[in-house]
Design a binder for this molecule. Structure first.
Ligand code: GLN
Length: 485
C-alpha cells in the first residue's frame, strides 16, 4: 500500500481524537446507545483514510447514526424498550450511501424514543447530556440529541439525525453545531424508522457547512425504495432554478412578524446581531407575514401523533422485539401488556392523542382541519418567497424574499432541573413553535450556531422548497461573522 498522504494521516489522527473523546465522555454524556469496539473503528479508519489523499470527502471520517437508522451490524432501538434488541435484516439507504462513500460508522446515538421529544430525556437508555455544559446537566436537545452531542463533543465529524418538527435543528442549536434539514424527500427515508412520514426528513449534523455539503452531496439522490423520494424530474427542475449567488447578489431576507415571540434576551440579541451582520454585507432585511404560522403548532401536534399512532401499531409484541411476560390483560387483549410495558409515557401519550384524532368523532374537527391549515401555511409561504415552488408550479413572488431568518429556539439549552420543574406537557411542546412550519411545508432549513461555547444561539435560515444550496450558503456567511471566529 502506498504511504498515506499528510491529509490521510490527519484523518487517522482525527479518528484517534474522536476515540479518545468517546472513551472519556460517553459514559457521562450517554451519547451512544451502541458503540463499535474502538479497535474496529480504528482499523476501518486506517484502511480507508489512505484512500483519501486529499482529506476531502467522507472517506476515513468517523460518523454516527441516530438509532432510528436501520443497520445490520448493530441493533436499531429507536431508544425504546420495544426495540431494545432489534436487529434489522436490511440497512437504511442513507447509512449505506455514507458507508459506500468511505465513512466509518462509530455507532448508534441516543434519541428521544421514536423521535418524540425535544430534550432527549424520553429515552429507555438514559438522558443524553449536552457536552457544552460539563458542570450542569443541560439538555442536548431532541430528538436527535445524541447526534448533536456526538458532533459537539468531537466524538465524530458528522452525524445523521431525523427532523420531523425540528429534531435536528433544535439539538444543533443547543449543542452549538450546524443542524440541516433538507427539503422533504431529498434524502431517502428507506430504512429509517418512521415517526410521522409526511414530515420526517433525514438531517445532517456537523461542525462546519462544507462537511454538511459533502454529506448532502452523497445523500441527495433519488431512491426508488422510498415512495416519497423526490423524482428525477423534480430534481432536474430544481437544478434549473435560478439560484442567487450570496457573494455577488443582494439577498432579500425576511423576518416573519409571527416569529417575533417571547424570546430570551440572549436569543433576541443574537437574532438582531445576525441580521445586522448580514445587512452590513449589503443584504436587505424586511418584515413579512405568514398569518397562519400561529396555527402551525396545533396542526403539527395533530398530524404527527396521528401518523405516529398508525406507524407504531406494528409494535404489538407479536411481530417485533420485546414481548411482555403476561400474555393477555384482564380483558383478553393480547397487545396491551406489551405496549404498556414497552412504550414510554411520551410515546403512549402521542399514540392516544393520534388515535383519538383519527377516530370517527374527531377526524373532521381535528385531523382534517389540521391538514387544511397545513395547506394554507404552504400557500402563504409560496406567496412570500421569490422562488417558485417546483412541486406546485407556483409563479413565485417577484417582490418576495429569498430566505427567512429567525432563531431556532426561544432559549438556549435549559437544564434538566428546569425541564423537570415544567410539569405541563403542552408547555414543552411550545418550544417547537419556531421549527415545525418548515416540516409542514416541506421547506429546507438549517440551524447555524451564532457565538461560541455555552453562549451559542441557534439562528435558523430557511427558504423555498429546493433552495437547499442557498440556505447552506447563507449558513456559511453567518459562520464567517467575527463573533464565530
Ligand atoms: N420536538 C418535536 C416533537 O416532539 C419534534 C420531533 C422531531 O422532529 N422528531 O415531535
Amino acid at each position: 500500500m502506498a504511504s498515506p498522504s499528510p491529509a490521510s494521516l490527519a484523518l487517522i489522527k482525527r479518528a484517534e481524537i474522536c476515540l479518545q473523546n468517546i472513551a472519556q465522555r460517553n459514559n457521562t454524556l450517554k451519547t451512544f446507545i451502541t458503540l463499535k469496539p474502538a479497535d474496529q473503528i480504528r482499523n476501518e479508519v486506517r484502511q480507508l483514510a489512505p484512500l483519501n489523499s486529499s482529506g476531502h470527502g467522507l472517506q476515513g471520517r468517523v460518523i454516527s447514526l441516530k438509532d432510528n437508522f436501520c443497520t445490520t451490524d448493530m441493533p436499531t432501538t429507536c431508544a425504546s424498550k420495544v426495540l431494545k434488541d432489534y436487529m434489522s435484516p436490511f440497512e437504511s439507504t442513507a447509512g449505506r450511501l455514507l458507508r459506500n462513500a468511505g465513512a466509518v460508522v462509530a455507532g448508534k446515538v441516543n434519541m428521544d424514543e421514536f423521535a418524540m421529544g425535544s430534550n432527549n430525556n424520553h429515552t429507555y437508555f438514559g438522558t443524553a447530556l449536552n457536552p457544552l455544559f460539563p458542570d450542569t446537566e443541560a439538555s442536548a436537545g431532541g430528538s436527535s440529541g445524541g447526534s448533536a452531542a456526538s458532533v459537539a463533543a468531537d466524538m465524530c465529524d458528522v452525524s445523521l439525525g431525523t427532523d420531523t418538527g425540528g429534531s435536528v435543528r433544535l439539538p444543533g442549536a443547543y449543542c452549538g453545531v450546524f443542524g440541516f434539514k433538507p427539503s422533504y424527500g431529498m434524502i431517502s427515508r428507506h430504512g429509517v424508522i418512521a415517526y410521522a412520514q409526511s414530515l420526517d426528513t433525514v438531517g445532517i449534523v456537523a461542525k462546519n457547512v462544507p462537511l454538511i455539503e459533502t454529506t448532502f452531496d452523497v445523500l441527495n439522490q433519488y431512491d426508488e425504495a422510498d415512495p416519497t423520494s423526490i423524482s428525477p424530474v423534480v430534481r432536474q427542475k430544481i437544478a434549473n432554478m435560478d439560484q442567487k449567488d450570496v457573494a455577488k447578489d443582494k439577498l432579500r431576507i425576511g423576518i416573519m412578524k409571527e416569529a417575533i415571540i417571547d424570546l430570551s434576551p440572549e436569543v433576541r440579541e443574537a437574532w438582531i446581531n445576525a441580521l445586522d451582520y448580514l445587512q452590513s454585507l449589503g443584504h436587505e432585511v424586511s418584515v413579512v407575514s405568514v398569518p397562519s404560522l400561529k396555527h402551525s403548532l396545533p396542526a403539527y401536534f395533530i398530524i404527527s401523533p396521528a401518523e405516529a399512532s398508525s406507524n407504531l401499531a406494528r409494535y404489538d409484541g407479536v411481530r417485533y422485539g420485546f414481548r411482555a411476560d403476561v400474555d393477555r390483560d384482564e380483558t383478553g387483549n393480547l397487545y396491551a401488556p406489551t405496549r404498556t410495558a414497552a412504550f414510554g409515557k411520551e410515546v403512549q401519550r402521542r399514540i392516544l392523542l393520534g388515535t383519538y384524532n383519527l377516530s370517527a368523532g374527531a377526524y373532521g374537527n381535528h385531523f382534517e382541519k389540521a391538514q387544511k391549515v397545513r395547506r394554507i401555511i404552504l400557500d402563504e409561504f409560496n406567496d412570500i418567497f421569490a422562488t417558485p415552488n417546483v412541486l406546485y408550479d407556483t409563479p413565485g413572488c417577484p417582490s418576495g424574499v429569498d430566505v427567512l431568518i429567525h432563531p431556532t429556539s426561544r432559549t438556549t439549552a435549559p437544564t434538566h432541573e428546569e425541564i423537570k420543574q415544567n410539569t405541563n406537557v403542552t408547555d414543552s411542546y411550545i418550544n417547537d413553535v419556531l421549527t415545525v412550519s418548515a416540516n409542514l411545508a416541506g421547506l429546507p432549513a438549517i440551524s447555524a450556531p451564532w457565538g461560541k461555547g455555552q453562549d451559542t444561539v441557534g439562528i435558523q435560515v430557511y427558504s423555498q422548497f429546493g433552495n437547499d444550496k442557498l440556505i447552506l450558503d447563507v449558513a456559511k456567511l453567518l459562520d464567517q461573522a467575527p463573533i464565530n471566529k
